[in-house]
Design a protein. Structure first.
Length: 219
């Protein structure tokens, strides 16, 4: 009879949205930390692919991106360059302030992320850098090359550069819609990276930049 007064182990409630909520409800929206990580990856990918468009290969530089606001919509980029670092566009050599303007405009046009400041550090004693691995990169660093590679015909899909990337590729159609919305000044549609959904209102917390322009040109 004492068993009548024992508490019963509560049974697990039935899942209100089925056995697999992720499958049933569609992609899960990224939380803030995941969105911050994606925006940082956007900056790294944009700088790399757009420097390549300027005929600059990875052995000619190394760089880091530092978030300037709490949500990391805005970044400062510090670039270390080797002795042979020369940017060209359409066969013409570009000045560093022109490179800065190109990177800043392209990063925002592609991904809606702002680069508020770019600083350059020159290493005349260095001919080539070996870029180390980052999270999401393959295990081996990129080996130096003797001559610049030709500019690619098309840009790689977002966040799917290497087999070890944390995220899956965004479809070209979604990226085009994302860029068109930025060009119109509208809120971009969500991007789907596998079973995760990234959406941004392009709104940093601080209304004023924390860094006063770039090293060779004012923003």
């Amino acid at each position: 009879m004492f068993g009548l007064f024992k508490q019963k182990t509560p049974s697990s409630p039935a899942a209100p949205f089925g056995e697999n909520p992720l499958t049933d409800l569609g992609p899960r929206r990224m939380n803030l930390e995941e969105r911050k990580q994606v925006r940082r990856e956007m900056v790294y990918q944009s700088v790399r692919e757009n420097l390549l468009l300027l005929e600059i290969i990875s052995s000619m530089y190394k760089f880091k991106a530092v978030g300037l606001d709490e949500r990391q919509h805005r970044f400062m980029v510090v670039v270390d360059v080797a002795s042979g670092f020369i940017a060209r566009r359409g066969g013409a050599v570009m000045r560093l302030n022109e490179v800065e303007k190109f990177l800043i405009e392209r990063t925002f046009a592609q991904y809606g992320v702002r680069i508020d400041a770019i600083y350059w550090r020159f290493h005349p004693e260095v001919r080539n850098f070996v870029r180390g691995s980052r999270t999401g990169d393959s295990g081996k660093p990129v080996a130096p090359k003797a001559a610049p590679a030709p500019a690619p015909a098309a840009q790689p899909p977002l966040l799917a550069r290497k087999p070890g990337s944390r995220h899956e590729a965004v479809s070209p159609e979604e990226m085009q819609a994302f860029e068109r919305a930025i060009a119109r000044g509208a809120k971009p549609p969500p991007l789907h990276l596998g079973d995760l959904e990234y959406q941004s209102d392009l709104a940093p917390l601080e209304p004023q930049p924390m860094a006063g322009g770039t090293q060779y040109g004012a923003l």
